[in-house]
Design a binder for this molecule. Sequence first.
Ligand SMILES: O=C(O)CCC(=O)C(=O)O
Ligand SMILES: [Fe+2]
Length: 308
Amino acid sequence: MFIELPNELEATLLALSLPAWTLDGPFLSRSTIEQYRAALTATPRFAETTSTLHHALAEEGYAVLRLGNLAKELGDDGRFLRLTTVFAAEVATPFSPFPRWTLWKNIGVNLGKDPGKSSGIGYNGFHMDLVNATLPPDYTTLLCVRPDPLGGGASILSDTHAAVARLTHSCRALLAESAYHYGSFFNMFAVGEEYKPFPVLSDHGFIRFTAKMLSRSDLEPKHAEAARELAGELVRGQVSFMLQPGDYLIVDQRRFLHGREALHPGQETVPVADRRLLLQLFLRAGTPAVGPCRRPTSARCPAESRQD
Ligand SMILES: O=C(O)CCC(=O)C(=O)O
Ligand SMILES: [Fe+2]
């Protein structure tokens, strides 16, 4: 589901000057959300566009808001990111679970990284973000700043419940057992506690799955086999598309798992400044409770969970 902005709305947004946002712990502050909303409510066709976005997410489980014209006009002076944050905040509350990053996290290209992970250059299989947290983000969102100039790195999405429905009863029974684990968990904000081991068919409508646990977690053979069957069904039902500059993908983590095709070979020949770049932001639905874990004030970067 791709949503274009009406020309009239684009023109008004281009002329708009929004203040920098502030955070309340890991969350975008209420005062920023109210300020942004107040600046936008009178904007022609804004309400209609956000309503289209809400419908798309409710009906389809994901949406791509096409903000390419705004991106082209505004460049990366911060104004574009503020406008994107406005749309994000109309869906749910933006927050950052990681102490290292501010609201938006860069996903660039790191030639030295495990190719199958975030920022790697390989195939990043179907997964839920923060799969091992008791309260994973309700939505994961990815803003495309630059696609892979060599043409790789398509986004992949799969309807999780549809994939599970195609599995046998016995496979589903194995996936409902608390027998799965992946990654580590510490220094995380607003995503609850570590969940280990977890069932794949789990609480709150989440299907806790990451294809990375097939090769990187030590699972019992019968559980590994059930997870492999789910991985196969996810691939069978997948949709894929290439995000264009300014495309903003929003995924309901209860309904869709996401991933990325491999980048095109030859990334080492691409100048660093031209390499693929996405920005990631998580959203919390409902009224977020700011937990006891406040963002550290020191500039030092503490160690943090490894599970991307
Ligand atoms: O690189 C991408 O397109 C997706 C990355 C991703 O899913 C992640 O970092 O969690
Ligand atoms: Fe992800």
